[in-house]
Design a protein around this ligand. Structure first.
Ligand code: SF4
Length: 352
């Protein structure tokens, strides 16, 4: 198989066979590639922290790291961690599909992801059942069935639409596979455990932080956010940084994109389509990654902090707007305060 195809599509069976080898056990493979276990665990740690860590570019490294990351995620079986990684792979795949010039490659990739397509001149015929199974992206008008040309049980799709369907088929398949229950032999368990315990702990911490924000309560919003919302209600032109902060914050406390959009209704330059796109980009529900909420330090440097308006902020104890929200919403039950996460001993709890 051509090296550049393998680099671009590391999940293809032929590449996996080429680099996994034949007649080799999982334990032997991992022992031979311990270097990649270390690299993949580092990559996962960065990704779950929202960092833009790049995938390896060399073919062998890319495929081996892909295989080992998948083994690690299957071992961890943590939905949050696997979703973060799968979104990165999905987006990388989509970028490559959009640039792909060879329709035969598109066809074989689709086939491996259980989407059996036919080519018709510049278009592709996708069975309606496959289309519907994979066209479930939130808010994507291009994937709505009512916007497709239908013929004899097929969707007549452009390469662009096909790329989106393949992208989603990859994501669904990947998430299904890494979240299946797999019993790992004891020797594999002891090989992986030291490398992945940090990833498991960090994944758990993030989920705990998310679960600890409490129900939506605007009264608990920090002064910096309240000021932005107030300005928007008055029809003032809020800066890009202010809007970015608003979206990341509202997303992080659990508001769906449609609800976030409502906050923008009063801004003078409101354009629904563009705003929707920007929200999807910032929250990672479109093609973007999920951005973090800026810290108080960042907001201060942007002139968006109003700490003098609230005693909790002016006490100097708040370093992040989400901490303010959590404390006001739930009282001071910060994660790790009363029950610190044990980074090693509890590393397997997430396999439940
Ligand atoms: S201290 Fe932090 S939470 Fe409080 S207003 Fe400033 S940026 Fe917002």
């Amino acid at each position: 198989m051509k090296e550049d195809i393998i680099e671009k599509y590391p999940f293809l069976r032929r590449g996996l066979i080429q680099y996994f080898g034949e007649g080799i056990s999982l334990k032997e493979f991992l022992e031979e590639n311990e270097y990649y276990i270390h690299k993949s665990a580092d990559l996962l740690y960065s990704i779950i922290n929202g960092e833009d860590a790049p995938f390896p570019i060399n073919g062998e490294e890319r495929v081996k790291s892909y295989i080992i990351t998948k083994i690690i995620l299957t071992y961890i079986r943590d939905y949050f961690t696997s979703a973060r990684y799968a979104i990165r792979e999905r987006n990388a795949l989509y970028d490559n599909l959009e640039r792909e010039q060879d329709p035969r490659t598109l066809k074989s990739i689709a086939h491996e992801l259980n989407v059996d397509i036919e080519r018709e001149e510049e278009k592709f015929l996708i069975p309606i059942s496959s289309f519907l199974k994979n066209a479930v992206v939130f808010n994507d008008k291009e994937l709505k069935l009512c916007n497709q040309e239908l013929r004899n049980g097929y969707v007549v799709a452009s390469k662009h639409v096909l790329s989106k369907i393949i992208r989603e088929a990859f994501y669904r398949k990947y998430m299904q596979e890494v979240n299946e229950v797999v019993e790992f032999p004891a020797e594999v368990d002891s090989l992986l455990k030291p490398y992945v315990s940090e990833v498991i702990s960090r994944g758990r911490e993030i989920r705990q932080e998310r679960a600890n924000l409490g129900p939506l309560n605007e009264k608990s919003f920090p002064p910096c956010l309240a000021e932005i919302i107030d300005q928007m209600k008055k029809g003032a032109n809020v800066s890009h940084a202010g809007r970015f902060f608003l979206v990341t914050f509202l997303h992080r406390i659990g508001l769906p994109n449609d609800e976030i959009l409502k906050y923008f209704g009063e801004v003078p330059d409101f354009a629904e389509k563009i705003t929707k796109y920007q929200i999807e980009h910032i929250t990672g529900t479109g093609r973007g990654r999920e951005y973090s909420v800026p810290s108080c330090q960042t907001l201060g440097s942007l002139g968006l902090c109003y700490k003098e308006r609230d005693p909790l902020c002016s006490s100097g104890k708040i370093s992040h707007p989400l901490s303010f929200y959590r404390i006001r919403n739930l009282g001071d039950r910060r994660v790790g305060k009363s029950s610190p996460v044990n980074r090693v001993d509890k590393s397997h709890d997430t396999k439940e």
